[in-house]
Ligand binder design. Structure first.
Ligand SMILES: NC(=O)c1ccc[n+]([C@@H]2O[C@H](COP(=O)([O-])OP(=O)(O)OC[C@H]3O[C@@H](n4cnc5c(N)ncnc54)[C@H](O)[C@@H]3O)[C@@H](O)[C@H]2O)c1
Length: 273
């Protein structure tokens, strides 16, 4: 039997003071919101994206607000750059306590139009990079003694839509990897969890909600009656990254406004049309 960890007092359970965090895809809509939240809670954050243009202004904003942020560029579709990214982040932060795999891409197409290039491009970023970055981060997370990985999976891991077959497959893989990594690395004091959000209203998803008929469809078929906002993912990610969830590993938190709770079989009734 292993000893239980010493937890911070209740009012500090969700604090991130002294935590060294690498966030991939930090220049994106969700990533930039998460990066600012981590810094607000006291973490030092390595903010990664494809180009420095995407993360230097973010790092500056965090630094101007009194936080610590280090911009890093890497193309994580390249396995060598995945290893280099971890090395750069560890160099800048002086170690690593939390890896948040946030970078992701999609190419929405019907299945019969998907090319090998589409398949390889999406799987390289959404799936292979998550695996390789986690592998490269392992010794540093283990050395931390309170290591944690939070993967940005998706509701599409469980509940798909048309035109996202490859994306959905990669997110199902990420949720699966979350369990495998959690199982294998629990003994190294590394917890691995993911979030599985439904559509968040960002530029990434604008091709979906930007169409009037789909915008109405999301409102009508989501029990809470609206799309998620990026800020609404912060609580779950911080929970999974901090000692607040010290006995939770291998789990996915679904953030979907009640979609999986069930359907409304009266929605076709005349009074509701
Ligand atoms: N927006 C949503 O509705 C939604 C829902 C569920 C899950 N997610 C997931 O959340 C994450 C963030 O989504 P978002 O809406 O902020 O998207 P986004 O496009 O705004 O951000 C993704 C970031 O990843 C970066 N990226 C892409 N390919 C890269 C590469 N090869 N190397 C390095 N960086 C790369 C992009 O430059 C971008 O800044 C993604 O993993 C996405 O799959 C999003």
């Amino acid at each position: 039997m292993r000893p239980a960890p010493t937890l911070p007092p209740t009012n500090e359970l969700f604090r991130m003071d002294g935590m060294r965090v690498l966030l991939t895809g930090a220049g994106g809509a969700i990533g930039s919101v998460l990066a600012k939240a981590f810094a607000d809670l006291g973490a030092a954050v390595a903010v990664h994206d494809l180009n420095l243009d995407k993360v230097e202004p973010l790092a500056q904003e965090i630094t101007d607000a009194g936080g610590q942020a280090y911009p890093i560029a890497a193309d994580i579709s390249d396995p060598i750059q995945c290893t280099e990214l971890i090395d750069s982040a560890v160099g800048a932060l002086g170690g690593l306590d939390v890896l948040v795999n946030g970078a992701g891409i999609n190419r929405r197409k019907p299945i019969l139009d998907v090319t090998v290039d589409d398949f390889d491009a999406i799987t390289a970023v959404n799936m292979r990079a998550v695996y390789l970055l986690s592998q490269a981060a392992h010794p540093h997370l283990k050395a931390s003694g309170r290591g944690s990985i939070v993967n940005l999976s998706s509701l599409s891991a469980r509940y798909s839509f048309n035109t996202i077959s490859v994306y959905a497959a990669t997110k199902a893989a990420v949720s699966g990897m979350t369990r495998s990594f959690a199982r294998e690395w629990a003994g190294d004091d590394i917890r691995v969890n993911c979030i599985e959000p439904a559509v968040v209203q960002t530029e990434f998803t604008k091709p979906l909600w930007g169409e009037e008929h789909r915008y109405r469809w999301f409102g009508d078929t989501t029990p809470v009656g609206r799309l998620a906002q990026a800020q609404e993912l912060v609580g779950a990610v911080v929970f999974l990254a901090t000692p607040a969830s010290s006995y939770i590993t291998g789990q996915g938190i679904v953030i979907e406004g009640g979609i999986l709770a069930g359907g409304d079989w009266d929605s076709y009734a005349e009074t509701n049309s």
